[in-house]
Design a protein around this ligand. Structure first.
Ligand code: ARG
Length: 314
């Protein structure tokens, strides 16, 4: 025991291992989001293992839950833009898939399945008409499901592949958006988009991420372990309620209210979990992040984003 071998040392002077350092103070920054109301949401085809034609959907309930998510963002100081839903496009509510917007430049999606392809056109039109610092780069040439598979983490874009977005799309994103892309291979069909298996909690210079290791190939697990030794590793239970499908503003983390294990881990690391009930939208295979596309402004409109300041120097 320390007290016996060094009797004059008080506990206050004993150096503390790094792990016992105080929880970091987290800072929220206001965000601009694009969302699409689930007016026409339904499950009328099955393109991921969450979708089951035999399970009825309550569209009214989905709308009420979605409105609550939107109101919760606004109550936390975030700005929400809304794109008009299109009849016959039941998955359009999952706005994260509509594209990726970086430094005010918007690349619209090119969907894998024909059922969702017209959404890419609808989102491209919205970007083209948005103004307010958003410039459309058109639709991606390669198969690309937007922020479903493209997550900004500090100055790199983490990019999922294996089920939807192609490797060729990763190269296209790197070239068009001028950013380093880190390819990550997904291997579990339940976690078919990167944003179902990984979330970026702090996008600052030393990013903090949470992820489910077994959703990735062994090679990609090694990439993640090397880049993010301090990552939060999710449990299968939290991932199975899409608890990794989260949106963080740097401090508040908006995520499924069912992912209770993840809530506890977030608190340990200084984040504030904000539980959201999106049980109806879970039937389509999506949760909070799927419903949210981040509109990252051009450098001139002012941003603390690491990538855009780097771009401004390029
Ligand atoms: N039913 C949709 C699909 O399978 C769900 C998309 C969820 N979006 C997401 N960003 N993970 O394409």
């Amino acid at each position: 025991m320390t007290a016996l071998t060094t009797p004059t040392t008080t506990s206050a002077t004993v150096p503390q291992p790094a792990r016992l350092e105080r929880t970091p103070e987290r800072t929220a920054t206001p965000r601009r989001f694009l969302m699409c109301p689930p007016t026409y949401f339904d499950v009328v085809y099955e393109i991921n293992p969450w979708m089951d034609l035999g399970v009825p959907v309550d569209t009214g309930r989905a709308l009420a839950q979605w409105e609550r998510l939107r109101a919760t963002y606004e109550a936390h100081g975030h700005h929400v833009e809304v794109i008009d839903p299109v009849p016959g496009l039941p998955d359009m509510v999952y706005a994260a898939n509509g594209g990726v917007v970086l430094g005010g430049r918007a690349l619209a999606a090119r969907f894998t399945y024909p059922e969702r392809r017209p959404e890419g056109v609808a989102y491209e039109r919205w970007f083209a008409a948005a103004g307010d610092g958003v410039v459309s780069l058109g639709q991606a040439a390669e198969q690309n499901e937007g922020e479903g598979d493209l997550l900004l983490a500090g100055d790199v874009m983490l990019a999922g592949t294996g089920f939807r977005t192609s490797r060729a799309a990763h190269a296209e994103v790197a070239a068009l958006l001028g950013i380093e892309v880190v390819t990550l291979e997904l291997v579990d069909p339940r976690y078919y988009h990167l944003d179902t298996a990984l979330t970026v909690l702090d996008g600052g210079p030393s990013p903090v991420v949470a992820y489910l290791p077994e959703a990735f190939s062994p090679a990609s697990q090694a990439v993640l372990a090397e880049r993010y030794p301090d990552a939060i590793l999710a449990t299968p239970e939290d991932a199975a309620v899409l608890g990794l499908n989260a949106v963080s503003d740097g401090r508040h983390v908006f995520l499924s209210d069912r992912a209770t294990g993840m809530h506890a881990r977030l608190r340990e690391r200084g984040f504030e979990p904000v539980g959201i009930d999106l049980s109806e939208l879970l039937k389509g295979g999506g949760s909070v992040k799927c419903c949210t596309l981040e509109l990252r402004p051009a450098p001139t409109t002012g941003t603390t984003d690491v990538l855009t300041s780097k771009e401004a120097h390029a």
